[in-house]
Design a protein around this ligand. Structure first.
Ligand code: C2E
Ligand code: MG
Ligand code: MG
Ligand code: MG
Length: 285
């Protein structure tokens, strides 16, 4: 009897696992279908130099125009595909689309470097520089240093020596790097020391509270000092208010990105936004 029950339990458990694997597979299939059906879109968020007023670039941020659920943010679907082959395909789609956009803006007289987010896993692919080279070659109008890659620290990089070699190979193609969400990953300082990234992005969680929390302000100041010592550029993300911007300027961080400057927008809105920003010509969030 007990044996029988045990067997049933085992069966139930088995069925539950089957169902979850099946759900996962259905989700991955839907995801691949969405990629083919062109349901993904990139929004762009400007980055500015608050001191000079110059627009220095834009970050590409993925959205899913889901036929039933509407516009989905990356947090709603990227975790589902993390580590799956389809995430590599999506990563290449993002780079390709960003390169197409750089060219389109350029032909309209708008010279705007674009930053693309890449997962650590993507960078750990042995043939990443080669595949990046193929994508760049397909967009010959894109000038060097127009494509920037933001390395997300969500998964720890296993082999720092290998990753830094990969980064150098990409840099030889005229691509630059930023360490995204800097300060939140447990390996930030090791990454800073060993990875040849040109820029550090101060995570928005520190920027958000730095006007009230002495500890957060100390971290922001610490990242700015580290950037100076290691001769990297530094940008603050999550700049929402004028006091955020003023404080950052007073402690030596001129570059910023955040809702206080502009929210992520469709590519078609960028030209008009840049024009209106330049007319203001000063930091007026
Ligand atoms: P991230 O790269 O750190 O991008 C910044 C996120 O903060 C974006 O959220 C942006 O919309 C949001 N943000 C910008 N300014 C402000 C602000 O002032 N206040 C607040 N509260 N939020 C602000 P989003 O677009 O939802 O993207 C979230 C994350 O998803 C990104 O964080 C990045 O890690 C990931 N992601 C986005 N696009 C891609 C992609 O194409 N590939 C990969 N692998 N990851 C992506
Ligand atoms: Mg980013
Ligand atoms: Mg970030
Ligand atoms: Mg983030």
């Amino acid at each position: 009897m007990a044996k029988q029950a045990g067997k049933n339990c085992y069966r139930l458990f088995d069925v539950a696992i089957d169902a979850s694997i099946q759900n996962k597979q259905v989700a991955l299939q839907q995801f691949s279908a969405a990629l083919t059906a062109n349901e993904f879109v990139l929004y762009y968020q400007p980055k500015v130099n608050m001191r000079t007023g110059k627009v220095i670039g834009a970050e590409a941020l993925i959205r899913w125009m889901h036929p039933e659920k509407g516009l989905l943010p990356p947090a709603a679907f990227l975790p589902e595909i993390e580590g799956q082959p389809v995430s590599i395909a999506l990563g290449e789609w993002v780079i390709d689309t960003a390169l197409t956009q750089i060219t389109a803006w350029h032909s309209q007289g708008l010279v705007l470097p674009v930053s693309v987010n890449i997962a650590g896993l993507q960078l750990e692919q042995a043939d990443f520089p080669e595949r990046l080279g193929v994508l760049l070659a397909a967009h010959p109008e894109v000038t060097p240093y127009s494509l920037r890659l933001e390395i997300l620290e969500t998964s720890a990089l296993d082999d720092i020596t290998k990753v830094s070699a990969t980064m150098r190979a990409c840099q030889a193609l005229g691509v630059t790097f930023a360490l995204d969400d800097f300060g939140t990953g447990y390996s930030s300082l090791t990454y800073l020391k060993h990875l040849p990234a040109e820029m550090l992005k101060i995570d928005q969680s520190f920027v958000r509270n730095m006007t009230e929390q002495a500890g957060d302000l100390a971290i922001v100041q610490g990242v700015i000092s580290l950037a100076n010592v290691f001769q990297r550029d530094v940008i603050a993300e999550g700049v929402e208010t004028k006091s955020h911007g003023d404080l950052l300027l007073s402690i030596g961080c001129d570059l910023a990105q955040g809702y206080g400057i502009a929210r992520p927008m469709p590519a078609e809105a960028m030209q008009t936004w840049v024009k209106s920003w330049q007319e203001k010509a000063i930091w007026t969030a």
